[in-house]
Design a protein around this ligand. Sequence first.
Ligand code: 5GP
Length: 236
Amino acid sequence: MEKTELLYEGKAKKIWKTSDTNLLISEFKDDLTAFNGGLKSSEEGKGALNNKISTELFKLLNEKGVQTHFVEMLDDNHMLHKACEVILIEVIVRNIATGSLSKNLGIEHGTVLPFTLVEFDYKNDALGDPKLNDQHCLILNLVKNEDELYEIRRMARKINDILKPYFFEKGLKLVDFKLEFGRDKNGAIILIDEISPDNCRFWDIESGESLDKDRFRQGKGGLKVAYENVLNRILG
Ligand code: 5GP
């Protein structure tokens, strides 16, 4: 399958049309951004690592009955996936408090949450991705009805129930992560985008070290080695 026309360029990926209107190609870029584009850089090989990590995780989730847009990895930087109607909600799943949760609500960094927290952010750069509640989602027509919200939350929790023990066995705490969903041609909610250290926080169980984009956000360096470490643990 070949790329034809550029459909959309985001911060971390380009999305290409193909000759099949039901299929798109994501090109994973080496660009790094944080703080809503306020911090920018690039790391050679980052895109390929995220493509490989996402491929393995989408395959795992598909095997466990989670519907995703994934079709196949085409080469180092390209993934073939289903075309769908994107739902403009960033679904944040949290097991341990850190980041914006600690900052906004004063919950101490590292606090294990009593249950899995699922939050919604509006996927809107111009507004700085503000928090949404269910009524906001309905008023903004981001979802068609409450059933879609229920399904998104159900899937987000199921994905966490699969990935949290999976990473724990590999010596990593899955602290939090961001998911995106879309509607396929039949209107079913499916997981889209990517699952990678760009949108997850992983802490090494032994050392507590971050193996994710926080290395860039916090100017720590060693980002590529950290992402390679995550991929190697997945490939085990
Ligand atoms: P926080 O809200 O604490 O900044 O982020 C929570 C989790 O969601 C982190 O794992 C973070 O990587 C991810 N996340 C939140 N917003 C975004 C976003 O706009 N882009 C990406 N790539 N990840 C995000």
